[in-house]
Every structure is written in structure tokens, then in C-alpha cells.
Design a protein around this ligand. Structure first.
Ligand code: TXD
Length: 309
């Protein structure tokens, strides 16, 4: 299994390290900046002796070395600066995704593509259109990270282990994100048995703002430890054909009453990529919020016109 990570910044390099250490395949890390990916992977190779792990990882600034990848993870792009929304990144990152996807189409036409670059749902849609790949094979990592953030906030509030929590977040990986307390359980008991509605609503807002909270603490750059862990979960589901239900930004073709858009929904992920889109029975209020979130994503489609979309 050959896995290429495009972009050797914070998310890309830690993702590559996690994938290599889990021995999920032969990992190639690429960046346009000369020497960057090579330098980072040389450092990772030097850790093999200490970790007693002979994982396979190489770094390059030659995109051709990513040819015939089974999985390609796109982390290339600019991250947010304090005060910026994910949407502020659109124009620059769209150019980057377009360029990267032209290369993927040419070099790895059979690959499964996982988009990480923000604004996530829009960039996933762009990647799908530029490559023309089967929509099962392209999805975005966003809401699994958001679900993990929601779970972590619940865990801290109740002082219970994260592993006792099941939770779901859907819709855009952005301001229109929708944590779903009604689909959140603690050892099979619903969340509202543990917390009052005000507290639940506070934790939902904190989940939506968690990325911005981290951006402002860091001062420069955005989160990368949890995002790379979320990518690892998706890659593992594909490589090991786990068929787990995980939230991803998926192309909808009638599901949830929507068409021609990429947005976060629970999907069964396995060797073929998205093997099924799971349609949750949403409350009227959640359904409205989901549609509004989709409309917000769609309002930026205009920006994709230069790419023939
Ligand atoms: O949940 C999520 N989806 C996210 C998304 C969680 C965290 C970060 N999220 C987004 O991922 C973030 O808003 C950015 O759009 C991307 C990458 O974030 P990262 O923190 O890794 O950014 P860096 O450290 O600036 O790294 C970006 C790298 C940098 O080394 C550039 O030189 C490189 O991308 N880059 C490219 N690589 C390859 N090819 C091209 N064209 C290219 N352009 C820039």
C-alpha cells in the first residue's frame, strides 16, 4: 500500500509520521518547498533505531515520486491566522488544490483521496471536480475531528473517559458545523441524562469554536495533533477495510435531500472508500440547520468558477 501525503507542514508531517509508525504502508511525504519534506522524513528515519521500528517513509519535492499511490492525503495549503475564518483561505487554497489535483489525476488515477485543506467542504468538492474521480473515492476529513473535540469537551466536563463516549457531528467543517447531542451517548445512555440543556448547548458552541480557540492560543498556525489523528483513523479504515461509520465530507446525490455538494455526514468507510452514506433521522430543527450549512458552502461555489465549475 502506497500512501502519499501532499504538504509537509504541521498536519502533513505529523500525519505522515503517524501513518508510518502504524505501518499502514509505504509513506511518501511531498512539499513544494525544496528540501522540507526530505528534511522532515530524514529526521523521522533517524528515529527508527530508537523506536525499534523499521517503518518506510521518504520525503521529496518531486511530485512524480507520489505516482501510483493507493491513498493520497492533501494537506497542502495555508492554515488560518488568528481572527481568520476557514472561509478566508478560499482563493489561495483553491489554486493549490487545483494544481495538486491535476497531478493526482495524472499520477495516481486509481487512488483514494482524502482532503484536509480548508475550507474543507469546498476544497473536497473542488478536488472531486478537478480529478473527475468516482465520488466514493474522494472525501474530506473534518467532522471526525469535530466529533473528537466534542467528545473531549464532554469527557472533561463529566470527568469520564473519552472511550465511554459515542458522538456525531455533521454538516460543514466550519461555522455551520452541527454537533448532534441527540446522537451522543455515554455507555449507551443519552447525553441529556448527564447534562442539562444549557450545558449541552455551551459544549456544542465550544466544539464549533474549538479550532479558533486553538488558533488564537497558538498565535500562528492551526491545530495538527488531533487533525492528524483523525486522518489516521480514516486511512486505517480504508487500508484495513474496517467498514467503520465515520464522519467525512462526502458528495451527496439526493441523500439528506441534497445534490451536488460535499458536506459532513456519517459514512461507512472501507477499502473502496465511501461504501455507504448513512442518513440519520434528524429532528426538524437539525434538518433546517443542516440545509442552512449546505447553503453556506454553496454560496462560495462562485469562487470555483475559474476552475470550470
Ligand atoms: O480538520 C481539518 N480539515 C483541518 C484542516 C485541521 C487542521 C488544519 N486544516 C487545514 O489544513 C489548514 O487550514 C490548512 O489549509 C491545511 C494545512 O494545515 P497545516 O497546519 O499543515 O499548514 P502548514 O503547516 O502551513 O503546511 C502547509 C504546507 C506547507 O509546508 C506548504 O509549503 C505546503 O503546504 N504547500 C504545498 N505542498 C504541496 N504542493 C503545493 N502546491 C503546496 N502549496 C503549499
Amino acid at each position: 500500500m502506497k500512501i502519499s501525503v501532499i504538504g509537509a507542514g504541521n498536519v502533513g508531517s505529523i500525519t505522515a509520521m503517524r501513518l508510518a509508525q502504524e505501518r499502514l504502508g509505504e509513506v511518501v511525504l511531498f512539499d513544494v518547498v525544496k528540501g522540507l519534506a526530505d528534511g522532515k522524513t530524514a529526521d523521522m528515519q533517524d528515529a527508527r533505531f530508537l523506536l525499534k521500528q523499521d517503518y518506510e517513509i521518504t520525503g521529496t519535492d518531486d511530485i512524480k515520486k507520489s505516482a501510483s499511490s493507493d491513498i493520497i492525503i492533501i494537506t497542502a495549503g495555508l492554515p488560518r491566522k488568528p481572527g481568520m475564518t476557514r472561509e478566508d483561505l478560499i482563493n489561495r487554497n483553491a489554486q493549490i488544490i487545483n494544481e495538486v489535483c491535476q497531478n493526482i489525476k495524472r499520477l495516481s488515477p486509481k487512488g483514494i483521496v482524502i482532503v484536509v485543506t480548508n475550507p474543507l467542504d469546498l476544497m473536497t468538492y473542488l478536488a472531486l471536480k478537478v480529478t473527475g474521480f468516482n465520488p466514493k473515492k474522494i472525501f474530506g476529513m473534518g467532522v471526525t475531528l469535530d466529533a473528537s473535540r466534542f467528545a473531549n469537551l464532554i469527557s472533561a466536563e463529566l470527568r469520564i473517559p473519552n472511550t465511554d463516549i459515542e458522538t456525531t457531528v455533521i454538516a460543514s467543517h466550519g461555522e455551520g458545523m452541527l454537533p448532534l447531542p441527540g446522537f451522543t451517548t455515554i455507555k449507551d445512555a443519552p447525553l441529556d441524562k448527564f447534562l442539562d440543556p444549557e450545558k449541552i448547548s455551551e459544549l456544542c458552541s465550544r466544539t464549533v469554536n474549538r479550532g479558533a480557540e486553538i488558533v488564537s492560543l497558538l498565535g500562528s498556525g492551526s491545530a495538527f495533533f488531533a487533525p492528524s489523528a483523525a486522518v489516521l483513523g480514516l486511512v486505517k479504515a480504508v487500508v484495513k477495510d474496517e467498514k467503520r461509520i465515520l464522519g467525512v465530507s462526502a458528495f451527496l446525490n439526493g441523500e439528506y435531500g441534497l445534490k451536488d455538494i460535499c458536506i459532513g455526514v456519517p459514512c461507512r468507510i472501507g477499502r473502496e472508500g465511501i461504501e455507504k452514506i448513512v442518513e440519520l433521522k434528524l429532528s426538524v430543527q437539525d434538518k433546517q440547520a443542516f440545509i442552512a450549512s449546505a447553503e453556506k458552502i454553496r454560496s462560495n461555489f462562485e469562487i470555483l468558477k475559474p476552475y470550470g465549475i
